[in-house]
Ligand binder design. Structure first.
Ligand code: VG1
Ligand code: CO
Length: 545
């Protein structure tokens, strides 16, 4: 086996976004496109040379080919040991778990998360550091800078290895260890939750559940943990076989894309508890009978009840964190518990420092992401198991748990409007116009609401003082309502404008209204302030969550 040095030229646009580098498969398949980016990782992350690397992906189209390419480049660059999931599979939280457990120096996740997969759809690659979390901005920026000057990459001249067989093999001087993708993760879950109580809940016969893996990576994890280890009836997991195109679906666990599972909870015979996860297994949606738990509420409920869960009750809770657009529901819980609540920019990478410094125990995002200090990624099945454990302990329905929570802490009505595939210039212009008028907004009245503050969110990391600017426009109203505007950093076509809306209701008499109705005035203000229709030509969003 020979190491080959191949000349290459830089590609434009290899700067990672909110969560890694995401492009159309066709872009990734261009000769040297993936190679350049991977070589840039090795060129900038010196610890990997002679070190251990974890590799795995969500099983989407091109996962296998990309894994082989990465292994050859890793071997040529002197990586000593690679841990790879069988068939090239590992969920995002499992990568984080494996990096931490085996003290690897980093990991490569092959995924475009909730974006569709297939030859004409999306692929992605993300680098995680030794703490198991997404690389912080200084690391992704260094990798990106390297891609702009790269002129060669190294690879091992060898045939493909058999990724399907668990075991250890040698690739030149590099040891390749192919592991079962589920075992380590399942053990971690078992250490956090009371499997006995959850098993009893399933065995009681009076509790029904479905988990929708959306033909993505969580299928094997959910089958093993829910059906095999916890005794849930077979058939509890639906769409459990990972497919390279996710069955043609959009593996995003929300009310629109996961409508199959949503409909199972509806009506008087609706199932008691339902959940879904996304392409790479880091997101979750939680539903009760005729009841949708917003991700922001889910985080708040988790924090308010952490003392009931065995893996968390031993240590006093540190603090909590939420991304800026996430509703302030968890802030009210933090207030009551007397713990700090951090507000970070969108993207899990901003939680890493807070978790490492033990400033927080739990964190979450409105975009169906919840997690804790057990790994350094958001974790879909973890959240589902947390809820299952809670249901087993509280012996109440999902709806009752959330409604009692609202009575105690108030309800943060919340909704998000996404305008996908908008013209890029139009979207940038809309944001710029908003930024231009921020200074003049405080104190002004619009449709009976008075603006209290208006700014472009800027974050100074409390641990390393890194400043991240322009993280979204925030408009706050007297009374606690908020409108937030930002452009997505994960899309691959045009621009996606996200508008996040929140309003707070402390009066229990008014906490049972339909969200859409409560939000109508704010939506109208959001339209007017940003001139959404005039600028984008859209009268309606593409997706409402
Ligand atoms: C979106 C979400 C963000 C999440 C990110 C990655 O980013 O809003 O909260 O962290 O996706 O999630 P953006 O920039 O498109 O708004 V995942 O499940 O794609 O790894
Ligand atoms: Co994801």
């Amino acid at each position: 086996m020979q190491i080959l040095k191949t000349n290459t030229t830089p590609f434009d646009g290899q700067r990672p976004g909110t969560s890694g580098l995401r492009k159309k498969v066709k872009t990734f398949k261009q000769p040297h496109y993936l190679e350049n980016f991977v070589q840039a990782i090795f060129d900038t992350q010196g610890d990997l040379v002679g070190g251990t690397l974890v590799v795995g992906g969500d099983g989407r189209y091109y996962n296998r080919e990309a894994t082989q390419i990465i292994l050859r480049i890793a071997a040529a660059n002197g990586v000593a040991h690679v841990i790879v999931g069988q068939s090239g599979l590992l969920s995002t939280p499992a990568v984080s778990c494996v990096i931490r457990k085996y003290k690897a120096h980093g990991g490569i996740v092959l995924s475009a998360s909730h974006n569709p997969g297939g030859p004409d759809e999306d692929f992605g690659i993300k680098f995680n550091t030794a703490n198991g979390g997404p690389a912080p901005e200084n690391v992704t920026e260094a990798i990106y800078q390297r891609t702009t000057t790269i002129n060669d990459f190294q690879t091992l001249e060898t045939t493909d290895i058999d990724l399907d067989k668990i075991g250890t093999l040698q690739l030149h001087e590099m040891q390749v260890e192919i592991i079962d993708p589920v075992t380590d993760y399942a053990e971690l879950m078992q250490s956090l939750f009371d499997f006995e109580s959850i098993r009893n809940l399933f065995e009681s016969g009076s509790f029904s559940m479905r988990f929708d893996a959306m033909h993505a990576i969580t299928g094997p994890y959910a089958c093993r943990i829910l059906e095999e280890m916890l005794g849930a009836p077979s058939g509890t997991v639906i769409n459990g076989t990972p497919l390279t195109d996710f069955g043609g679906g959009h593996p995003d666990p929300n009310l629109v894309h996961a409508h199959e599972i949503v409909s199972m909870t509806q009506g008087s015979n609706g199932i008691d508890f339902a959940a879904a996860s996304d392409g790479d297994g880091d997101r979750n949606m939680v539903l009760g009978q005729n009841f949708f738990v917003t991700p922001s509420d889910s985080l708040a409920v988790i924090v308010a009840n952490y003392h009931l869960i065995s893996g968390y009750q031993k240590d006093k809770i540190k603090g909590v964190a939420r991304s800026m657009p996430t509703s302030q529901a968890v802030d009210h819980v933090a207030d009551k518990l007397g713990i700090e609540c951090f507000e970070t920019p969108t993207g899990w990478k901003f939680f890493g420092n807070l978790l490492d410094a033990e400033k927080i125990t739990f964190c979450g995002e409105e975009s169906f992401g919840t997690g804790s200090n057990h790994v350094r990624e958001k974790d879909g099945l973890w959240a589902v198991l947390f809820w299952l454990n809670l249901l087993a302990v509280k012996k109440q329905s999902v709806a009752t748990i959330v409604q009692e929570h609202w009575r105690e802490f108030g309800r943060n009505y919340y909704t998000r409007y996404d305008y996908e595939g908008v013209n890029k210039e139009a979207a940038t212009d809309l944001m710029q116009q908003l930024r231009n008028k921020l200074a003049s907004l405080p104190g002004t009245q619009i449709q009976n609401h008075t603006i209290e503050y208006a700014d472009d969110f800027s974050y100074t990391d409390p641990i390393d003082n890194t400043v991240s600017k322009n993280q979204g426009v925030r408009i706050g109203f007297i009374g606690g309502s908020r409108i937030i505007y930002r452009l997505s950093g994960t899309g691959t076509e045009g621009a996606t404008l996200r508008v996040y809306l929140e309003s707070y209701e402390i009066d229990p008499e008014k906490q049972q209204q339909a969200t859409a109705g409560v939000m109508t005035p704010l939506i109208s203000i959001a339209q007017e302030l940003a001139q959404i229709t005039q600028k984008t030509g859209r009268t309606q969003p593409t997706v409402i969550t």
